[in-house]
Design a binder for this molecule. Structure first.
Ligand SMILES: Cc1ncc(COP(=O)(O)O)c(C=O)c1O
Length: 439
């Protein structure tokens, strides 16, 4: 522990990096690839950001900031549920683009990014020591977000196919949930929350409607909170694109959980969303929870001041979201850009002979490089990850921490760089793969 001047909690935090790939990311940022000025520079493909649509969004945001008079509610305190004007705009945006049915602005609470929302939700719904079950592989930072303040524990639901290799984290069944429940209860703990992410980070899998319905009913009957994270809900791939259509065994359309929450109108079903990914504005720090549980919303709001979003940001974004014509065009163009980038990466991976999970959404390709592991272990995976970065300058996210059972799987974030950088990264990855296979 670094310093006795801190609490035990503070000392643990000081000794634990935010994420395993952060130092390497800083290294990459200091020597970034540029096609003409730094062609041998590094290409970080590890941070979940979408930069493809920023130029378009930037112009719109600049126009709002320059053209609109700042509302008089902006400099003062506002509702800790989120500014009413923002929740109105958010509810109609969410209704139109995700839910397909009216959403009540009073049932939204707004916090600083999905991270703030996850932390707050765990705090309000769970006791310390309660367990959150999450199908694997999953977003690794859930672990911290539910533990830091609320003291919840993470349980990785590893499904049968995930034990064997690539899986999209959607193939879990009710018997899998039952088995997890018995195991957790046998250990004297409480299965308090099930967290589902659709589209999934890192696999891009989306949950089928029948499956979601069945899982919701199972959770409600057992008084287990089900939270569905739709942070990638508009970051969808056109799986009917001719270059990739044959990869999907079954056609699946993303369906928001919002309608199922409305149909059941009960205290145990909730939804998370954020503007970080679908709008590519993670730095604006805007996330939200939606629920029909009034006590949850009230308790959340009473604790939410530490996680509030700046009124100026809420004001700016309420103008953006309320511009229905612009947002409709944006959502569709963003999907086209994402699909184009994904099709490119999928084609490159296929020609390298590297297997991956066919993605239906999110910002990722989840790929299998396990054939290159010198040691089939966590250390072996990290050694391969570092070796790939050192030899090619391409930085991926290692699979460590995603909670699945095998080694050698990596996450590629493809919309976070220009097409030129992505093409160069794929060229270098192909060289690495060829070189390793020739050894
Ligand atoms: C599934 C998931 N949830 C939450 C977050 C955190 O989002 P935010 O930046 O809005 O806190 C991420 C970021 O990558 C994510 O992938």
């Amino acid at each position: 522990m670094p310093s006795s001047s801190l609490s035990d909690r503070g000392a643990r935090a000081a000794a634990t990096p935010l994420r395993i790939d952060y130092d390497a990311f800083r290294e990459a940022e200091a020597d970034l690839f540029h096609p003409t000025t730094n062609p041998s520079g590094k290409i970080p493909l590890n941070i979940a950001e979408n930069r493809l649509s920023w130029p378009e969004l930037k112009s719109r945001i600049e126009a709002i900031a320059a053209g609109e008079e700042i509302a008089d509610w902006v400099p003062g305190y506002t509702s800790t549920r989120g500014a009413p004007a923002f929740r109105e705009a958010l509810a109609s945006f969410f209704s139109q683009h995700l839910a397909g049915e009216p959403m009540d602005p009073q049932r939204f609470v707004v916090s600083a990014g999905a991270t703030g929302v996850i932390e707050m939700t765990a705090l309000v719904l769970a006791e310390a020591g309660d367990v959150a079950v999450i199908p694997a592989p999953c977003y690794p930072v859930y672990e911290r977000d539910i533990a830091n303040v609320a003291g919840m524990e993470r349980y990785d639901l590893v499904t049968r196919s995930a034990e064997g290799g690539l899986a999209d984290a959607t193939d879990f069944t009710i018997p899998d949930l039952e088995a997890a429940r018995s195991e957790i209860e046998s250990a004297g703990k409480r299965f308090r929350m099930l967290i589902l992410t659709t589209p999934n980070n890192p696999t891009g899998g989306i949950l089928g409607v029948d499956q979601l319905e069945a899982v919701a009913d199972w959770c409600v009957a057992r008084k287990i909170h089900l939270v569905v994270n739709e942070i990638y809900g508009l970051s969808l791939i056109d799986t009917r694109h001719p270059a990739i259509a044959s990869e999907y065994v079954e056609h699946r359309v993303f369906t928001s959980f919002a309608g199922m929450i409305a149909d059941r109108d009960c205290d145990y079903l909730h939804l998370w969303y954020a503007l970080s990914k679908d709008l590519g504005i993670s730095g604006f720090r805007v996330g939200m929870a939606y629920s029909h549980n009034e006590d949850f919303l009230t308790g959340y709001a009473n604790l939410n001041l530490t996680h509030s979003v700046s009124n100026h940001t809420q004001w700016l974004l309420s103008h953006l979201l309320a511009d229905a014509d612009f947002m409709t065009g944006y959502v569709s163009r963003n999907k086209d850009r994402l699909t184009e980038a994904y099709v490119f990466v999928a084609g490159a991976l296929r020609s390298m002979g590297v297997s991956y999970v066919p993605s239906r959404g999110s910002l990722f390709a989840w790929i299998n490089l396990s054939e290159f592991l010198e040691d089939d272990s966590e250390e072996g995976e990290l050694a391969l990850w570092r070796d790939l970065f050192d030899t090619t300058g391409v930085l991926l996210t290692p699979g460590v921490g995603f909670g699945h059972a095998c080694h050698g799987l990596f996450r590629v974030v493809y919309p976070c760089v220009s097409h030129e950088a992505l093409a160069e990264a794929m060229r270098r990855l192909a060289g690495f793969v060829r070189g390793r296979r020739a050894r």
